[in-house]
Design a binder for this molecule. Structure first.
Ligand code: NAD
Length: 326
């Protein structure tokens, strides 16, 4: 039997990544589409009945599962409503705009929160698995300096709507709060757990029309003494390379954050490791596979606890940025 899935939130990531991945997936049928914006419902096409709100989906016993591609200030309440209605949830990151706003998620009983998978999409990539193996096997050395440079939202004068959407998102938190969900999850996954401390943090507003700083960064210490120097920023006319690099006494590895190709340099020489297919499609397809497995009885991965941990680190860094600025 196909898993019947509703897609809620037909915005950018909903229509460009989630919907195509659901359509491609074996064993999935798109059963409903939801967005309050009639234009977004029209853009989604006529694959399935479309509704302006989630009520019809909650009332439909034939719908097994819901993908929430909604803004974080909507996602928290929607997770609670969908999961307590007995449906499985794949919820976009971040799962809330703050740890305080995530409080209703902490009140979910384990049998309900176990039905929630968080859209920390890139953890599914084989490049992450490969990097984790190199680190665990000591290929790079015992202690690492990790530099994460996450810059992928250019200020494009030809696309003022994109800039406005980012500025609106900034009203709900610094870039590190939104992007951090991904890369702090990668770092926890790669470096053996949550950071032990934030050593310092900074932020800077270069976009005059943004209400908060659009560039942020921090230095964190992880278990085993790994140090991570992270930067992320939006709304600059040019962008530095978007990459994560890991340096130890035995080797140096670089993850290209656009392609997820890996470069490894050790005393044995240099090599490039690439994986078939395009990164976003690859990760969204794997994410849907995991979601179908969840519906069929597997544990959620990444879990709500993973999503909350990434949110907690992002928020602690955002707070340290604000203190640094003060
Ligand atoms: N996993 C990833 O790689 C990835 C990439 C980009 C964005 N995201 C996350 O996905 C989420 C959405 O981002 P986006 O760029 O698509 O934003 P967006 O603003 O383009 O889309 C959000 C959509 O949700 C709709 N919406 C708002 N309130 C709703 C409600 N109550 N019920 C149903 N729909 C509602 C909006 O009308 C809009 O169409 C964000 O949390 C973002 O951080 C994840």
């Amino acid at each position: 039997m196909a898993v019947r899935v509703a897609l809620v939130g037909l915005g950018d990531i909903g229509l460009t990544a989630h919907l195509p991945a659901l359509v491609r997936a074996a064993g999935v049928r798109v059963a409903a589409l939801v967005d309050p914006d009639p234009l977004r419902r029209k853009l989604a096409g006529d694959l399935a009945p479309a509704y302006p709100d989630i009520d019809e989906v909650l009332a439909d016993d034939d719908i097994d599962a819901v993908v929430l591609a909604t803004p974080p200030w909507v996602t928290t309440g929607a997770i609670v409503r969908v999961a307590t209605a007995g449906k499985f949830v794949l919820a976009e990151k971040p799962v809330a705009t703050s740890v305080a706003a995530a409080a209703p998620l902490l009140e979910l009983s384990p049998n309900i929160s176990d039905h929630v998978q968080v859209g920390l999409t890139y953890r599914h990539d084989p490049a992450m698995v490969q990097l984790r193996e190199w680190i665990a096997d000591g290929v790079l050395g015992e202690r690492l300096v990790v530099r994460a440079h996450i810059y992928d939202e250019r200020l494009d004068p030809a696309d003022p709507a994109h800039a406005e959407r980012l500025r609106n998102t900034l009203r709900h938190g610094l870039p590190v709060l939104h992007e951090g969900s991904h890369f702090f999850d990668w770092l926890a996954y790669l470096l053996g757990g949550e950071p032990m401390r934030i050593d310092d943090a900074w932020s800077m507003r270069t976009d005059r029309r943004a209400e908060v700083p659009n560039l942020t960064g921090a230095r964190l210490t992880y278990p085993t003494g790994h140090i991570a120097v992270v930067e992320c920023g939006w709304l600059t006319a040019g962008l530095p390379p978007c990459e994560v690099s890991l340096l130890g006494d035995r080797g140096y590895a670089v993850l290209d954050c656009h392609t997820f190709a890996l470069r490894l340099s050790t005393e044995d020489g240099d090599r490039v490791v690439e994986f078939p297919g395009e990164r976003t499609q690859r990760c969204f397809d794997r994410q849907v596979e995991r979601f179908v497995a969840l519906v069929n009885g597997s544990r959620p991965s990444p879990s709500l606890a993973d999503g909350l941990a990434a949110l907690r680190t992002s928020e602690q860094v955002a707070r340290a940025c604000a203190e640094g600025e003060a």
